[in-house]
Write a protein that binds this ligand. Structure first.
Ligand SMILES: C[S@@+](CC[C@H](N)C(=O)[O-])C[C@H]1O[C@@H](n2cnc3c(N)ncnc32)[C@H](O)[C@@H]1O
Length: 207
């Protein structure tokens, strides 16, 4: 593996070394324009219970709390370094009990059925191992009527070589996502596109 691919492997699962931490700081800054655009399409109940999946450096945990200050936000990530970073980035909210960050995989979420009003996934589904089963797992932890919100800065499989040459990832079209979400039991699927469809956010609801 080249040094470049080694470095970018930290997008998939930030490692324990300096490069993992550096990548998380970069992602907190570089993903934020996309994240804020995505969040502008979302309304959140003031006291919502929220699960932020693949929380990385933790910036979207704080973005969600800014939008819904009385919410409780749980972050989850399978990388130990992401969990540490998210806790540090949100240390005040963690100490106030508004945020909890746990280590775990989307494929087996350590939460009971019907716990959350909202689940979010920013720049992470490219790496999930089995999208249909992972979406079913998200569906399981949502309350009836709960929403699943996906934000992707890469939305076109063709023409995304600047990412796929460096990173082991799968880029999904909005049509593919819609089909898989329906198979996983979601309904009321809405897609927002930015520019010429470079960025997408997809909202789906548990019936
Ligand atoms: C590209 S980073 C995005 C981080 C953050 N959401 C953002 O937008 O800046 C992808 C994150 O998803 C996490 N991730 C990838 N696959 C995962 C899985 N199967 N379960 C939990 N977390 C996962 C990675 O560890 C990483 O922190």
């Amino acid at each position: 593996m080249s040094l470049m691919r080694d470095f970018f492997a930290n997008t998939r699962k930030p490692g324990k070394g300096v490069t993992g931490k550096m990548m998380l700081q970069m992602m907190n800054i570089m993903h934020n324009k996309n994240a804020l655009w995505c969040l502008s399409n979302l309304e959140i109940e003031k006291t919502a219970s929220i699960l932020e999946i693949g929380c990385g450096g933790g910036k979207n945990i704080s973005n969600l709390l800014e939008k819904a200050p009385d919410a409780k936000v749980y972050g989850i990530d399978y990388s130990e370094t992401s969990v540490e970073n998210s806790r540090k980035f949100n240390r005040k909210a963690v100490s106030e009990g508004k945020v909890e960050v746990v280590q775990g995989s989307v494929s087996s979420l350590p939460f009971e059925d019907r716990k959350f009003d909202l689940a979010t996934a920013f720049e992470t589904i490219y790496f999930w191992p089995d999208l249909l089963n992972d979406f079913k797992e998200v569906n399981r932890v949502l309350k009836p009527g709960g929403k699943f919100f996906i934000c992707n800065e890469a939305a076109r499989p063709e023409g995304s070589e600047k990412w796929t040459d460096k990173i082991d990832m799968t880029i999904y079209t909005k049509e593919q996502l819609k089909d898989i979400l329906i198979m996983a039991g979601f309904t009321n699927i809405q897609t927002h596109e930015h520019g010429n469809g470079e960025w997408i956010c997809v909202m789906a609801q548990k019936p």
